[in-house]
Design a binder for this molecule. Structure first.
Ligand SMILES: *Cc1c(COP(=O)(O)O)cnc(C)c1O
Length: 404
């Protein structure tokens, strides 16, 4: 008789978003006239910019003619897109070659799949609170050990608390990890990391022989010119870091699907195995390339017009973030994030738990957000609001909250 991969049974139910949906549904049934504003969503709401739409239309038309039709794309991505991405890295002073860029269908796939090229017994370190994909993909692969309900943590995973004390950028863990997941600007805390602290992580990883998996899905939201957009702005990152990027939050590709991962050729394991070769092999075996149409749309993001248009769109969300941040801060809330990220991480007032505050916002002012405790134990007593709604709704929601 066949056997299932029992590691999956070790996964903890992701009750966060289903519990939110249920609570909102119950409330709506009881209060059909309430006008609910949702600031819990992690999805963009603005349409694709004109440069992207034009590229999509153009590529669709190409597919209609024998002479310009495109079948399977190269496994690792079309050169026109990889060169455009490499150009952006060069502009930032990063040493990343076009052929070290692996185009994919998004950062979720890449951040979930990348663990496959590491040994089964690799020790994994994640932030607490955290984007759940990093942990869950390692649970499925059998690296986590059992879940301990008392601590709400997996036994073999190293947790790095992100707190007010460390500005939500973790300190080096006591136990030495092999794989370190970092995400800056951060989801859910909205925190950014300074160049110095990121350099510290790169130095640490090189010293202990660990690899950093750096999720930079929100780099487009950085407003402080001193902050690093890429881990390759740090010296020595080519021997210890893999960077994962997405077109979702900067260009609205959440429903189009496109991302990429950088694996430098200098990244080798303890036995001299090049991680670049393993990821190329993994990609070639399990992925048949992102669609031509979508890669053309992705290249349009890197044109002059595309850049101007997406800057404006990100600016729209940044204005929402600022509105929430300033509004709550002026009303006496303790707020974090929001400046270099589309997420505001607020401390719940009156010592309320994250869920108590959720219930209060929903019932008293009909605003929906995300309880911080859903992202990990250190998210307790925090609450996430997102900047991805409309400006009008954002203003209205902030008004309601501050007059609660
Ligand atoms: C939204 C998000 C992603 C998602 O990326 P896709 O490219 O849409 O798959 C990756 N990482 C983090 C931390 C995110 O919040």
């Amino acid at each position: 008789m066949f056997k299932a991969n029992k590691n999956f049974l070790n996964l903890q139910g992701s009750y966060l978003f289903s519990t939110i949906a249920k609570k909102v549904q119950t409330f709506t049934e009881e209060h059909p006239d309430a006008r609910i504003i949702r600031l819990g969503i992690g999805d963009v709401t603005q349409p694709l910019v004109p440069a992207v739409i034009d590229a999509l239309h153009g590529a669709v038309d190409e597919m209609a003619h024998k002479e310009t039709f495109h079948g399977y794309s190269p496994d690792l991505g079309y050169d026109f897109l990889r060169n455009a991405i490499a150009g952006e890295y060069k502009g930032r002073g990063c040493d990343v070659a076009a052929d070290e860029i692996f185009v994919s269908d998004g950062a979720k796939s890449d951040s979930g799949n990348i663990q496959e090229i590491f040994s089964e017994d690799a020790r994994v370190a994640v932030c607490d609170p955290v984007y759940p994909v990093y942990t869950d993909s390692n649970v499925m692969a059998g690296r986590s050990g059992e879940f301990d309900p008392a601590t709400q943590q997996y036994k073999n995973i190293i947790y790095m608390p992100c707190t007010e004390e460390n500005n939500f950028a973790p300190d080096f863990p006591k136990e030495t990890p092999d794989i370190i997941y970092l995400c800056f600007p951060n989801n859910p805390t909205g925190a950014a990391i300074t160049k110095d602290r990121l350099q510290g992580w790169v130095d640490y990883a090189n010293k202990v022989g660990a690899v950093i998996l750096y999720d930079a899905a929100y780099e487009a939201y950085i407003t402080d010119p001193a902050l690093p957009h890429s881990i390759y702005e740090c010296e020595g990152a080519r021997t210890c870091a893999i960077e994962i990027r997405s077109f979702s939050k900067n260009a609205g590709f959440t429903g189009v699907r496109l991302g990429f991962t950088v694996v430098p050729k200098d990244l080798v394991d303890a036995d001299g195995v090049r991680m670049y070769d393993l990821w190329a092999r993994r990609h070639g075996t399990k992925f048949n390339g992102a669609p031509y149409i979508v890669q053309k749309a992705g290249a349009a993001v890197y044109t002059k017009e595309g850049q101007e248009q997406i800057r404006k769109q990100v600016g729209y969300y940044q204005k929402n973030a600022r509105t929430i941040y300033d509004g709550l801060k002026n009303a006496g809330y303790t707020v974090y994030g929001g400046v270099n990220a589309p997420y505001i991480w607020l401390k719940t007032p009156d010592g309320l738990t994250s869920w108590e505050y959720f219930d209060r916002l929903l019932s008293e002012v009909n605003v929906v957000g995300t309880p911080g405790s859903g992202f990990g134990p250190h998210g307790e007593h925090f609450f996430r609001l997102t900047a991805f709604g409309s400006y009008e709704n954002t203003v209205e929601a902030v008004n309601r909250i501050v007059h609660m």
